[in-house]
Write a protein that binds this ligand. Structure first.
Ligand SMILES: [Zn+2]
Length: 445
């Protein structure tokens, strides 16, 4: 979540530690209002039989979800579509304000009074920019991430601890964003014609660095990450890992319940820090079959090198974004540069314009990003079904995730907005797999 925020702020890129079966982070309180059954109840239509029908089994699973819960999760998820638009428009207004009222130019002037030494000057500008924009977008942030989450029973923090997390997030953005911004402005000033190429290379190297350090140095700022030691849970997971050639010695648990009721797991890190982490909501509420189904999915990400492929994808997207930025900055600065008192691309006062152009790029490419991620998720689902052989556990996981994701969207909705397959498609995939492997469940040859 924080990396997302950071990148959205600094760059508009996406993070690649796959938030997978996964979601963002979050707490534990007694069962929240939106919780669905934890014990697997395989409906009659999904029991193995000679008449097993994947569609009927899927419908029977979907029918387990009470209508009011479906309405609630649909409202939450569809509201998220609009939030993409409002976040974008709000960001555009903030950027235009900073440019047209020449606040950005004034922050640059102030930073110059502090120092003319370029890297420090850039960082001082970044500090002012980050504080000012964080304050300006705060009303939207607090609605979106606090009140709205509470309204739907997904949040577990009171305002104080939530606010504390926001401050920590600001600190992370200050440091990581600061490094990136200082580095990129340095490149732009030295290489005025080719900065878009070197800037994209530097950005990708930096993103790999962030992914590498995240599990060890960033996640622990917000949550407690511990090694799981319950053999009932760990042994089957490590056995599955060995069978799949994954050199894992440990499985990690994160106390996401500190912030949210969402169940999730993920693969994070890069090279030596790559690891599989389950959140405590999944451990508490998931059945063993469900946990194994989710782990099979995560291992699919691991074995199919999804993190590396995501980095390749980001590399391509980043180069395109920088080329567009090179063109877009020249075009806009020629027209309005003087009015905004921006001296050129190497002037720190240009930052709100950069963020504006990148957010337009990010907004337009949202369906492409989602489709890339969703495609990997479908692959991991297939891998997980074959590995864990727990189609009913898998269906249960899809129902649990339905607490905050729309289960049954239209195909166009799924294409544009879903970074994972919809719940209905996931359950159907599981039941289709079960239909083709009925002998595993009937004991017949
Ligand atoms: Zn996944």
């Amino acid at each position: 979540m924080l990396s997302r925020t950071f990148l959205a702020t600094a760059l508009g890129c996406q993070i690649f530690f796959c938030a997978t079966f996964c979601a963002t982070t979050a707490l534990a309180q007694p069962p929240a209002a939106n919780q669905m059954p934890s014990v697997i109840q395989v409906p009659a239509e999904a029991q193995p039989s000679p008449h097993f029908d994947a569609s009927a089994a899927t419908n029977a699973y979907l029918a387990q979800i009470p209508a009011d819960k479906t309405a609630r999760s649909n409202a939450y998820f569809e509201g998220g579509y609009w939030l993409i638009l409002w976040d974008f428009l709000y960001g555009v207004v903030v950027a235009l304000l900073l440019l047209n009222l020449r606040w950005s130019a004034r922050m640059r002037d102030l930073a110059e009074r502090v120092t003319r030494f370029k890297p420090v000057h850039t960082f001082v500008y970044w500090l002012q920019y980050l504080l000012l924009t964080s304050i300006l977008v705060f009303p939207l942030t607090v609605y979106e991430n606090y009140f709205r989450e509470h309204k739907y029973g997904l949040a577990t923090q009171t305002f104080g601890p939530w606010m504390m997390d926001q401050v920590k997030n600001l600190g992370v953005n200050l440091v990581l964003g600061g490094i990136l911004v200082v580095m990129l402005f340095g490149i732009v000033r030295r290489l005025p014609r080719t900065w878009w190429i070197w800037g994209s290379v530097a950005t990708i190297v930096f993103l790999i660095f962030v992914v590498l350090i995240s599990p060890v140095y960033i996640f622990p700022i917000f949550n407690k990450v511990t090694r799981l030691d319950d053999p009932k849970i760990v042994d089957p997971i490590l056995s599955m890992a060995r069978a799949n050639g994954i050199p894992a010695k440990d499985v990690y648990e994160i106390d996401a319940s500190r912030q949210t009721t969402r169940m999730s797991a993920n693969v994070s890190g890069f090279a030596s820090t790559m690891r599989i982490t389950l959140n405590d909501n999944l451990l508490r509420r998931g059945s063993p079959e469900e946990i194994q189904a989710v782990m099979g999915h995560e291992m699919g990400h691991y074995v199919m090198n999804h993190i590396y492929k995501s980095i390749m994808y980001q590399l391509i997207i980043t180069v395109v974004a920088f080329a567009y930025l090179f063109w877009g900055l020249n075009w806009t600065l020629q027209r309005w540069g003087e009015k905004w008192q921006i001296r050129g691309v190497g002037d720190t006062a240009v930052l709100p314009l950069v963020v504006l152009l990148v957010s337009i790029f990010g907004f337009v490419t949202t369906p492409i990003d989602n489709t890339f991620t969703r495609t990997q998720e479908i692959e991991a689902d297939m891998y997980g079904l074959n590995t864990a052989r727990q189609p009913d556990g898998f269906a249960q996981a899809a129902i649990h995730l339905g607490e905050y994701r729309k289960m049954n969207p239209s195909p166009i909705e799924e294409f544009i907005f879903f970074d994972h397959p919809s719940g209905r498609n996931r359950i159907y995939a599981a039941m289709r797999w079960k239909a083709e492997n009925l002998k595993l469940f009937t004991g017949q040859p």
